[in-house]
Write a new protein. Structure first.
Length: 64
């Protein structure tokens, strides 16, 4: 099953966020920049959406 995160065009709205910094690969930043241009959403919005999606679809196991 190929699960996709569907990202709609930008809508104005809410707040209630925390600020923190992370290090990401240059290629990842470019992919986010491209997605930002395609959707009209900020990198910040997209990163939040992508993190939420990843967390919702994560599973912890004891396997190595």
């Amino acid at each position: 099953m190929d699960t996709k995160l569907v990202i709609t065009k930008k809508l104005r709205g809410e707040d209630g966020y925390k600020v923190f910094s992370i290090r990401v690969k240059d290629e990842t930043v470019e992919r986010i920049n491209t997605l930002s241009k395609q959707t009209g959403r900020t990198r910040n919005e997209l990163i939040g959406m992508l993190l939420d999606f990843a967390l919702d679809h994560s599973e912890v196991t004891n396997e190595h």
